[in-house]
Design a protein around this ligand. Structure first.
Ligand code: DAH
Length: 339
């Protein structure tokens, strides 16, 4: 009897069941009123008395095993069935939420695109910079007050003092050191200034530097590229005006305004009733800068310009608080989703 029970137990465990029909066969074969377990219970009478207790227990366990296996498989098959009947192959797919490009990335790409169309390449340089590339090679003499204008973050590294670059003009020097003219390149990147954070100033922001060096490059070429840029970015009606200015690395230097994108020079509160908005600094590359970077100023000349990406984004999107660009507030960022 014990052998029979063991055999039956194995049979129950191995019984293959894939469908409801097979499950029903299983029930009839083992649990039903004419099933094998019932048969064993019937034969129980003839088990010798001294074995009845042990065999009885084994028989009960066998019955429990068959019943629980039946229940388990029944649940499993039912679950499968409901899953299958819920499967609607014609249902539209679930839309995954789309992220958005950061407004500064959108503007940076647009600027790169505009200059790429007229042959400018993109160059990059390190954010941790040495004095030579950030200042000296750009014609800032050691004690020159213009260095103070830049509120530099200095880092002491052993004997050497290095800094976080205060402008992307440092990349000009790196490009000229590694390449002879003709050079036509722009350098987008992050820059740092030791400023108290407010709506109008931040300790880091982004710039795009432009550089064009060749034979006979003139101030007229500079004006032309700036007008092209302003009109590509703000539309055909955009005008530019240049005001004399000072930068150590350009001579002559100018600051460039565009006609107010809101009132088109009539005067409004965005341009503070001047009709114009300042967008960048520029000039003819100082011969000292060419010399310092290994380019002969007797043969070559060139222009350079530099602009803040936040400033352009501010004009394009009317964002008046610089802090919004780095706070990662989704309510702000989501507004640029389809751009
Ligand atoms: N480097 C200047 C700044 O950070 C911007 C600039 C002005 C760059 C004039 C130029 C330039 O290349 O010609 O304020």
């Amino acid at each position: 009897m014990k052998d029979q029970i063991a055999e039956l137990e194995q049979e129950i465990r191995d019984y293959p069941i894939q469908s409801k029909e097979e499950l029903e066969q299983f029930r009839i074969a083992f649990i039903g009123s004419k099933g094998k377990i019932k048969g064993l219970f019937a034969a129980f009478k003839s088990v010798p008395n001294d074995q009845k207790k042990e065999v009885g227990q084994l028989l009960n366990q066998l019955r429990q095993l068959a019943e629980s296996r039946h229940q388990e498989l029944k649940d499993h098959l039912e679950e499968q069935e409901t899953q299958e009947s819920n499967l609607d192959l014609s249902r539209p797919g679930e839309v995954s939420p789309l992220g958005s490009h950061h407004p500064l990335s959108i503007v940076r790409r647009e600027i790169i695109d505009i200059f790429a169309r007229v042959g400018f390449t993109v160059s990059e340089g390190p954010e941790i910079e040495d004095d030579w590339h950030n200042f000296s090679a750009l014609n800032f003499p050691p004690e020159h007050p213009a260095r103070d204008m830049q509120d530099t973050f200095f880092i002491q590294k052993g004997e050497k003092e290095i800094s976080l670059r205060t402008h992307t003009s440092s990349v000009q020097v790196r490009v000229m050191e590694n390449q002879q003219p003709p050079i036509r390149t722009i350098s987008p990147g992050r820059v740092y200034r030791n400023e108290a954070i407010s709506a109008r100033a931040h300790c880091f922001f982004h710039q795009v530097e432009g550089l064009y060096i060749d034979r006979d490059v003139s101030f007229a070429d500079l004006k032309q590229i700036l007008l092209y840029f302003a009109q590509e970015l703000f539309g055909e009606k955009a005008q530019i005006r240049l005001r004399p200015s000072y930068f150590p690395f350009t001579e002559p230097s100018a600051e460039v305004d565009i006609s107010c994108t809101i009132c088109n020079t009539k005067g409004c509160n965005v341009c503070k009733y001047t009709g114009w908005l300042e967008i960048l600094g520029c000039g003819m590359v100082d011969p000292n800068v060419l010399k310092a970077s290994g380019i002969d100023p007797e043969v070559y000349s060139g222009y350079a310009f530099g602009m803040g990406i936040e400033r352009i984004a501010q004009l394009k999107y009317k964002v008046n608080d610089l802090r919004l660009y780095s706070e990662n507030d989704l309510r702000f960022l989501k507004q640029f989703t389809s751009a």
